[in-house]
Design a protein. Structure first.
Length: 494
């Protein structure tokens, strides 16, 4: 009979429904046929064998939690009979012997903008960045007017607005400053206008000290309290930047010049089966060619961190992963919150039961690449290969952190759908075909095709899409004007 279930690993005790299953019908996967004993929704799990109360439930070949009741073959497996088994911290032991991913050779590249420092941008834009939320609207007015004035000359003029930069202290203010400095250093921005107020904590001169002096020539600053007409003066500064930025031209560059950020949001039961493994192939393709991939969302690797630790390039990287995971768990417990307060209501409705299940699906985005570095929030990538970046799971905060770290394209998988976009071109990849069909204005690529076409041909098609977008084709989010940043607020507000 036609398969109606998807099992990831032969060891798994559950499989995922490929369509809604009615009680009393028969479902099959491989050589297993089951009587469906309860209605099973699309993307939800069914027991393939008897699972005793207290026994680990296996998906991806790993435990995703423990059964809280006896589960019979053919029964629905979800939050009513499975609970997390996550601990608040972990003791990890370094075991040498990582086998680095094989180099794929010189894959076909893309047409990008080679900058003076050797990095390559996928866009040639001017970014207007406020130092403080008080001048966010001022930055928007300058960017909107300049965008109309110079339409067609460059890839765009965009304001990256936020509400922070004042009433912050210590590490919290430092984090805001680091992220803004990193964004101002991004290769997708050929020029940058920093707009300050004048009395804010995040002073312009201090922010400029966070930026490599070699990049200062492409940056202009404006203090609104000192300026006469801040809009006109800002426009004049952008006009001057455009004359320089418009001279840049796209040239053919190798795939190794791409910095790929990988992210999932609004996940469902298929995210870890279709879209995330597909993105993992893209991570392998880019890192195998000598490029860089960045994985973040640290709370969404809880329960799957060992898979990354096993691929650490050396003991220092291993210690960095362990420290990042345990520090993030402590961040939860210090605030009196459980480390497993995830998945979201939308994730649960889509079939994800526990954080372990979500995490095991989420780390698929990293492929099989060796983890070569660990970076903290606001820091930029410094090595090729796979970098693990500190940031929470929140879509806007983590995608902003990916951009600030240097991602020139973001692959964003989703099973529920979201229109949100970020400064780096954000490619929305649907985990299931119904979402792609229902939201063509949001989605750039349908990974649900994997279920009918297989991974390899769909991976080839996605890599072609990435090359085209890196070479200038607009994403759905760019066409819709979706471009946001969000800064991680961790400290007190004065």
């Amino acid at each position: 009979m036609t398969p109606s279930l998807f099992r990831v690993d032969p060891r798994d005790s559950v499989a995922t429904a490929l369509h809604d299953l009615e009680a009393g019908t028969t479902a099959a996967v491989g050589d297993i046929e089951l009587l469906v004993k309860q209605p099973i929704a699309f993307g939800h799990k069914i027991a393939l064998r008897a699972i005793a109360a207290g026994e680990p439930v296996l998906k991806f070949g790993f435990p995703i939690g423990r059964a809280t009741a006896d589960i019979a073959p053919g029964e629905h497996v979800h939050t009513h009979n499975v609970a997390t088994a996550l601990a608040t911290s972990g003791d990890y032991v370094w075991t040498p012997g990582v086998d680095p991913a094989a180099t794929a050779g010189q894959a076909e590249g893309f047409a990008g903008y080679r900058r003076a420092d050797g990095r390559v941008g996928t866009r040639n834009e001017i970014w207007v960045i406020p130092t403080v939320g008080c001048v966010a609207r001022t930055a928007q007015k300058i960017a909107e007017a300049a965008g109309r004035r110079h339409a067609g000359r460059i890839d765009g003029v965009h304001a990256l607005v936020h509400p922070f930069g004042c009433s912050q202290l210590g590490d919290d203010l430092d984090g805001t400053r680091s992220v803004l400095a990193a964004l101002a250093s991004h290769p997708n921005a050929g020029g940058v206008l920093l707009v300050g107020l004048g009395c804010e904590s995040n002073q312009l001169d201090r922010l400029m000290r966070e930026i490599d002096p070699a990049l200062h020539g492409r940056i202009r600053t404006l203090a609104a309290q000192v300026a006469g007409d801040e809009i006109e003066e800002g426009l004049a500064l952008v006009d001057g930047l455009v004359e320089v930025v418009a001279q840049a031209e796209r040239t053919q560059v190798p795939l190794s010049d791409l910095v790929l950020g990988v992210k999932c949001g609004g996940s469902d039961g298929f995210s870890g089966l279709t879209a995330n493994p597909l993105v993992g192939r893209m991570s392998d393709a880019v890192t195998g060619a000598g490029g860089t991939a960045i994985l973040t969302e640290i709370p969404e690797i809880f329960g799957a961190e060992q898979l990354l630790m096993e691929r650490a390039a050396d003991e220092q990287v291993f210690d960095g992963i362990a420290g990042l995971v345990n520090d993030f768990k402590r961040y939860f417990t210090d605030h009196g919150e459980p480390v497993s307060e995830n998945p979201s209501p939308g994730n649960i409705a889509g079939g994800i039961t526990t954080l372990e299940e979500k995490s095991l699906g989420a780390v698929q985005k990293a492929g099989h690449a060796t983890v070569t570095d660990v970076r903290h929030y606001g820091e930029r990538v410094r090595r090729t290969g796979l970098t693990l970046l500190e940031a929470p799971g929140n879509d806007a905060v983590s995608s902003t952190a990916l951009t600030a770290a240097g991602a020139t394209v973001i692959l964003f998988t989703t099973g529920r759908g979201t229109p949100l976009g970020f400064p780096a071109p954000t490619i929305k990849i649907a985990s299931n075909t119904p979402l792609a069909a229902r939201k063509p204005g949001w989605i750039d690529f349908d990974a649900g095709r994997v279920l009918t076409e297989g991974q390899s041909p769909v991976a080839d098609a996605l890599l072609d899409t990435i090359r085209a977008i890196a070479s200038g084709r607009e994403t759905a989010a760019e066409r819709n004007g979706e471009r946001e940043i969000a800064i991680w607020k961790r400290g007190v507000t004065l």
